[in-house]
Design a protein around this ligand. Structure first.
Ligand code: SAM
Length: 265
C-alpha cells in the first residue's frame, strides 16, 4: 500500500504532491486544507495512506473542483469535501494528520494559529506542510508552538523550487527536541550557523543540501544583488543602511554555500 507514485484515476500526482503524500503516516485520518482538486486526499485514500479524509476549501471554484474530483473517483463515502476557512471545516479530534500545500508560509501559519486557538489541532499528530514562500515564518510558528521538524525536503519541478516540512509534537518526536534541531550547527568544520540562519534556510536542508537547495539560495543571492543595484542609484539616506544590510545578507549566504559539504552537491 505504499504506492504513492502510482497513477490514480488517470491522474498522475506531481512530484511535489507525491512527496507531501509520502509524509502522511499510513492509516491516517487526513485533513487536506486548501485542497483544490482534492488530488492529495484522493491519492491518500487510493494508496491506503489515509483511511478517511476531509478536503477543505474556502473558495467556491476549487471547492466545486474538489467535489467533482472526489465524486468521479467514487470516493464520496471516504472523503468529505467541505467549504470553509482553514481548519474550521474540521470537528475537534476528527483528523490526526493535516496537509496544507501550495500556499505562502505566512498563510499556512495563520491557518494553524487560528485552528489552534479554536482547539482544532487537538488530536493532530502530524503536519505535512508545503509553503511556496515564507518558509522561515512557518518554521518560527512551528517552533513557538511546540512542533518539531522531523523531515524537510526541497525539490525543483517545472522550474519552481518547493519545500516540504513535516512536523510532529515535541513529546512524540522520538527524543528529537527543537533545541537539538535548531542548536548551533557547524558546517565545513569552520562556520557555525546560528538558530536564526537555521530558521531561514532549514535545519535539515542545511545538513543534507541537494542541488535544489543550492539553486534556491543562489537565486536568492541573484535577487539580492538586483536589489543592491537598484539601491545604488538611490540618494535617499535610508538607502545606505539598506545597502549595508543586503550586502551582509549576500555575504552570509555566500559563506554558508561555500562551507556546505561538497560531496552532497
Ligand atoms: N493544495 C493544492 C496543491 O498543493 O496543489 C492546491 C494549492 S492552491 C495553489 C491553494 C488553495 O488553497 C486554493 O485552492 C485556495 O482556494 C485555497 N485556500 C486559500 N486559503 C484558504 C483557507 N484559508 N482555507 C482553505 N483553503 C484556502
Amino acid at each position: 500500500m505504499d504506492n504513492v507514485g502510482g497513477v490514480m484515476n488517470n491522474v498522475k500526482l506531481s512530484e511535489r504532491l507525491r512527496l507531501v503524500l509520502e509524509q502522511v503516516p499510513p492509516g491516517s485520518r487526513l485533513a487536506d486544507i486548501g485542497s483544490d482538486h482534492a488530488l492529495l486526499p484522493i491519492a491518500a485514500i487510493e494508496t491506503g495512506r489515509a483511511v478517511s479524509a476531509v478536503a477543505g476549501e474556502v473558495n467556491p471554484g476549487p471547492y466545486e473542483a474538489a467535489r467533482k474530483g472526489v465524486a468521479e473517483a467514487g470516493l464520496s463515502a471516504k472523503i468529505a469535501v467541505r467549504r470553509g476557512d482553514g481548519l474550521e471545516v474540521l470537528a475537534p479530534g476528527e483528523a490526526d494528520c493535516i496537509t496544507i500545500a501550495g500556499m505562502g508560509g505566512a498563510l499556512i501559519a495563520a491557518i494553524l494559529d487560528r485552528g489552534q486557538s479554536l482547539g482544532l489541532l487537538e488530536g493532530v499528530k502530524t503536519l505535512a506542510l508545503q509553503p511556496n514562500v515564507g518558509e522561515d515564518i512557518l518554521r518560527r510558528w512551528l517552533v513557538k508552538n511546540g512542533w518539531v521538524l522531523t523531515n524537510e525536503q526541497i525539490l525543483q519541478e517545472d522550474g519552481k523550487i518547493y519545500e516540504i516540512l513535516t512536523v510532529v509534537r515535541e513529546d512524540a518526536a522520538a527524543g528529537i527536541t527543537n533545541e537539538q534541531v535548531y542548536g548551533d550547527l557547524a558546517v565545513g568544520g569552520a562556520l557555525v550557523l546560528s538558530k536564526e540562519m537555521l530558521l531561514e534556510m532549514g535545519p535539515w536542508l542545511l545538513r543534507t543540501p541537494n542541488q535544489a537547495f543550492l539553486d534556491k539560495w543562489q537565486g536568492e543571492i541573484t535577487k539580492l544583488e538586483g536589489i543592491l543595484k537598484s539601491l545604488s542609484r538611490s540618494e535617499l539616506a535610508s538607502a545606505e543602511a539598506k545597502r549595508t544590510q543586503i550586502s551582509e545578507q549576500i555575504r552570509t549566504i555566500t559563506e554558508v554555500l561555500e562551507c556546505l559539504p561538497k560531496d552532497k552537491r
